[in-house]
Design a protein around this ligand. Sequence first.
Ligand SMILES: Cc1cc2nc3c(=O)[nH]c(=O)nc-3n(C[C@H](O)[C@H](O)[C@H](O)COP(=O)(O)OP(=O)(O)OC[C@H]3O[C@@H](n4cnc5c(N)ncnc54)[C@H](O)[C@@H]3O)c2cc1C
Length: 303
Amino acid sequence: MNEIAERFLTHRVENQPPPMPPYDAWLTDRPLRDALTREGGGWAEDRLAAFGPVVGGELMALGVAANENKPRFVPYDRYGHRIDAVRFDPAYHAILSLGIRHEVPSFAWRNAGRRGAHVARAALAYLHNQPEQGNNCPLTMTYASVAALRRQGGLADAWIERILSTEYDPRDLPAWDKTGNTIGMGMTEKQGGSDVRANTTRATPLAAAGPGRLYALVGHKWFFSAPMCDGFLVLAQADAGLSCFLLPRFAPDGSRNAIRLQRLKDKLGDWSNASSEVEFQGALAWLIGEEGAASRRSWRWSR
Ligand SMILES: Cc1cc2nc3c(=O)[nH]c(=O)nc-3n(C[C@H](O)[C@H](O)[C@H](O)COP(=O)(O)OP(=O)(O)OC[C@H]3O[C@@H](n4cnc5c(N)ncnc54)[C@H](O)[C@@H]3O)c2cc1C
């Protein structure tokens, strides 16, 4: 470079950290390793050790890609049929697939009853959330749904089996035709999130009322993340008060359920996560537990 060019150099990179090379997110995290053992999850160390290099390597790169190309709402197909679909960057699906294969949502339940199982799951989720936050939402909701679904044996048993699968199945099919399911949640409405008792979404039984029975939901949710999940735990008002429902994305007859996405949220971050606003126009859902249970008491944690 000549002297003049050297003098007028406009772009120098100084005092910046070097690019981060792939690393082992488990081995390099001493406090996390100590906490796992201290809290009774030491027996799951192998599971975490297998995930650490994936988190610090492949997942980091995928996380960047999943947020660069934001999800896109596709309300109709090319023929004008309502499909209420969201298209994601392939990286988003790849991250979900890796998380599910490494048992982020399922580990605690696959080892149910074993002391420290939920601690180990928390450590897995802690690792998984570092490269990419958007997947945190569906994977945490999928994990958490099992505690509620276990209250509704029979109907929920087959769902739980698919939720605990280590295979991610992104196909746009009814949950029961897939090899693995993910679960979202719909609680927050426009008039408030913390105070769910103020929910206005209405649930009317199609025939007989009661646990495991079908109801039609009419109302809205102001925050409905990961709307491509296979089913959703949703709160709505039944005659006896606020109740929990399992709302499948496809109705029991295999048609698209009346879950109408309105738009995707324009957020400051967490872009890969397609948080949506939604209306239920007579969407069919099964009652989980007793009517009114969600307003009477909080469900006790069960291992
Ligand atoms: C990225 C993202 C994804 C989300 N995805 C979902 C989803 O999939 N499904 C879903 O149902 N919801 C979802 N939510 C909504 C979230 O759960 C709500 O934002 C949350 O429940 C809080 O509700 P709110 O925003 O209406 O706040 P508010 O309830 O209006 O609370 C506002 C403030 O007041 C405080 N406050 C509220 N009540 C009290 C009280 N009684 N005493 C003292 N302080 C109080 C709160 O701590 C908070 O600081 C999502 C939110 C975000 C940001």
